[in-house]
Design a protein around this ligand. Structure first.
Ligand code: NG1
Length: 472
């Protein structure tokens, strides 16, 4: 592809203005040149998958609840060429931060140490190999995810899922495997368990199913389709409110060392379900605990939690209560939970249950054009994440407070898993640059950490970058 063809392929994805000098064209040309230097000249293919910002609905996905993310125009792009053998040679445009990795695709690929970037590609390759049930060809790959175009790592913007998704998409395409979007999204969600977290489906789904200028209201409960083994998810593309902008501000508190806390939260939710089942046997996930589903008032649902769930419990308590057999049996070992871990079940469940209600209320507010209400729901979601889910941190609270105190901001909340990472804020159009400048300056003064952020531009879901894109 020459520059002109490349520019025409990139414009429908990133918009005309992002493609010009110093923009995406420079980024992709640089990646193509770097690929040729490392692997030699010849035909290649290009793929990309976006990161995301979640507008509302945190830690609800693995509870079969609701989420409302949107894809960012920040993504991970791969230049790839198939190989005759099963080897994957993985290189990065930034080899200092992301050193070269090489592995062979098989149904059981040995894992690199926790946190290694190669694991996301390995997880994708292994899942695809298992799903295909046959040998797959490997690839020479160069990844490009550097600033300002890439997804910032360990910031709660799903750089890991973007890498998993783009790797799966690339290897599927190079092997002639044509997976429908939903099947690819499910495969990628499970592929990411390879790295050791028992994550939900939100990040991979939005990275694949996103539409430009839309958030996705996704119901994370799988439902059987008409054909055997077929699974559906209810979802709706939600237009972003006209006259408002979405800002992302990075606290610069990285959360890569907190992976195990995530699994503790998943476990706490499952313990809550096991206890609530004693009164309501039909409950399989916290999603089933809502005023509507149980025919109770909101106040009665909260009273039910007080009544049925302990403020905290331990594995020994659960053993004494006879709960260590199914369904919780294998969980403690599977999730790598320590024997003396304390589980704060009641408040975790309260967060998930109230957060699900907030996502549904957000959709109603946005369709009614009630952005003030949506802003308040964002704030409530933040407080619930801090107080009940204890997934906050001081710096993120400072950043969200600074946003809320700025003129033109309707609401602000931590986005992603928490324990650091980014704040997402809804801002009146025209105020975004001022808010960004003021809040980052104040944040640096208050914490001594770097202050950075950006105004979000939305992007379509993962795709191959092809010259046919230009013809539509
Ligand atoms: P991030 O912030 O990308 O680590 C994680 C999970 C999501 C979801 C959110 C919390 C993965 C890959 N992602 O996102 O599924 O549970 O936390 O809402 O596990």
């Amino acid at each position: 592809m020459n520059d002109e063809m490349l520019a025409r392929a990139l414009a429908p994805i990133y918009g005309e203005r992002s493609v010009g000098r110093g923009g995406q064209l420079a980024r992709y040309s640089g990646a193509l040149a770097a690929f040729s230097t490392r692997f030699g000249q010849g035909a290649v293919r290009l793929f990309r998958a976006p990161g995301r910002v979640n507008l509302i609905g945190e830690h609800t996905d693995y509870n079969h609840g609701y989420v409302m993310p949107m894809a960012l125009d920040k993504d991970i792009a791969l230049v790839a060429r198939p190989r005759a053998d099963a080897i994957v040679n993985l290189r990065n445009i930034d080899p200092e931060r992301f050193p070269a990795r090489t592995f062979v695709i098989s149904a059981e690929i040995p894992r690199s140490p926790l946190g290694d970037w190669g694991n996301y590609v390995k997880g994708a390759a292994q899942a695809l190999r298992q799903a295909a049930g046959r040998e797959l060809c490997g690839a020479d790959i160069l990844a490009s995810g550097q600033a300002p175009w890439g997804v910032p790592a360990a910031a709660g913007l799903s750089s890991s899922s973007a890498l998993t998704v783009v790797a799966a998409l690339t290897l599927a395409a190079l092997n002639g495997i044509d997976l429908p979007k939903l099947a690819l999204a499910r495969l990628c969600s499970e592929a990411e368990w390879y790295v050791g977290t028992r994550g939900g489906i939100m990040d991979q789904f939005i990275s694949i199913l996103a539409e430009r200028d839309r958030a996705l209201l996704l119901d994370c409960r799988p439902r059987p389709g008409d054909l055997p083994g077929e699974v559906h998810y209810a979802m709706r593309q939600v237009p972003l409110p006209a006259g408002y902008r979405v800002l992302v501000l990075n606290s610069a508190v990285r959360r890569e060392k907190t992976k195990s806390l995530y699994n503790v939260r998943v476990a706490e939710c499952r313990i809550g379900v096991a206890l609530l089942k004693r009164r309501y046997p039909g409950i399989t996930h916290l999603r089933d605990v809502s005023a509507e589903a149980l025919g109770l008032s909101d106040a009665h649902v909260l009273a039910l939690l007080e009544d049925m769930l302990p403020e905290q419990t331990t594995r020994d308590d659960l053993r004494s209560a006879g709960l260590l057999d199914e369904p919780l049996g294998a969980m403690f070992a599977d999730y790598g939970l320590s024997d003396d871990q304390v589980y704060r079940v009641r408040r975790r469940c309260r967060h998930v249950i109230t957060e699900n209600a907030r996502v549904l209320a957000s959709e109603l507010a946005l369709s009614a054009g009630d952005v003030l209400r949506f802003g308040r729901l964002m704030n409530d979601s933040h407080f619930s994440m801090s107080r009940d889910y204890e997934a906050g941190c001081r710096e993120v609270d400072v950043l969200a407070d600074l946003c809320r105190e700025s003129a033109g901001v309707l609401g602000a909340r931590v986005t992603g898993a928490g324990w650091g990472g980014c704040v997402v804020a809804l801002v009146q159009d025209g105020c975004e640059v001022g808010v960004l400048e003021q809040v980052t300056r104040q944040y640096v003064a208050a914490t001594g950490l770097p202050g950075e952020g950006f105004v979000c531009a939305s992007a379509p879901g993962a795709s191959e970058v092809r010259s046919e894109n230009a013809e539509g």
